[in-house]
Design a protein around this ligand. Structure first.
Ligand SMILES: *Cc1c(COP(=O)(O)O)cnc(C)c1O
Length: 251
């Protein structure tokens, strides 16, 4: 690359980093999404990119809004409650992706357009009560534990079908699919297995034909593993650091 055009600005010649804007980062993610789809013959329109804005401020969210995104993943209701008033002039849909204490049901019913981490009846019960008070419904995904790591939350796979059957008692919760987090591992075979397991569980659960429950959606894949997830059938990838930059501290 020629630097001669910068010769009047010596400082510009030292350490020119590659341009790294959110638009470029998202463009690179979308290209990788399209390539993953092409490898398995999927239509890229079947896979959505959900930006995960946890730990990033309202200005970062505004930048993504300007690029056309309206749904944002967050894992703590306290953080949503802080950011929502700063973005009241925008059309933001908060997607809750973190494991929740039952006492957060009130905030979820108030702020969230969707919850992807439903993993127990106690939470469903609390959400139903709060949603009825607010006079609204909530789209939910059921989180399933596909890895054996103690830190990952979610239902045990064997509990899924009985759980889905019980969810039909809660008319304010609209079940749309399943969510998982894969094992954190350098071994792509182990990671892929988590994703294929979620897809297989979904297919088995569908065979049960549970009334009122659609399982179209599979939320799986993050910055480090989304290509494998797409190859295994993901319909939405939850991407934080690859969109917004690296987080200062793990959330
Ligand atoms: C933080 C988080 C993500 C995004 O993680 P990145 O590695 O930053 O892409 C996805 N899903 C859940 C449940 C998360 O908590």
């Amino acid at each position: 690359m020629s630097t001669s055009s910068n010769s009047e600005h010596p400082s510009a010649q030292t350490q020119q980093p590659l341009p790294d804007t959110m638009a470029l980062r998202i463009g690179r993610i979308q290209a990788r999404m399209a390539q993953a789809c092409a490898r398995v013959g999927r239509d890229p329109a079947e896979v959505e990119l959900l930006p995960v804005s946890k730990t990033f401020d309202s200005n970062a969210i505004r930048e993504a809004l300007a690029l056309g995104f309206t749904r944002f993943g967050e894992n703590r209701m306290q953080e949503v409650a802080q950011k929502a008033p700063l973005l009241e002039d925008c059309n933001v849909h908060w997607v809750v992706i973190g494991s929740l204490q039952t006492n957060k049901a009130k905030e979820v019913a108030r702020y969230a357009s969707e919850l992807q981490s439903l993993d127990r009846l106690e939470l469903a019960e609390a959400l139903e009560r709060r949603l009825q008070l607010e006079g609204r419904t909530l789209d939910v995904l059921v989180q399933v534990k596909t890895s054996t790591e103690d830190t990952k939350s979610g239902l045990e796979p064997a509990e899924l079908v009985p759980f889905l059957k019980q969810l039909s008692q809660y008319p304010s919760l609209h079940v749309k699919g399943l969510m998982t987090m894969a094992v954190l591992s350098d071994d792509p075979i182990a990671v892929r297995k988590c994703f294929s397991q979620l897809r297989e569980l979904r297919d088995q659960a569908r065979q049960e034909g549970i009334a009122g429950i659609s399982l179209e959606r599979l939320s799986m894949g993050m910055s480090g593993d989304f290509e494998l997830a797409i190859e295994e059938g993901s319909t939405e990838i939850r991407v934080g650091s690859a969109v917004f930059g690296s987080r200062a501290a793990p959330a």
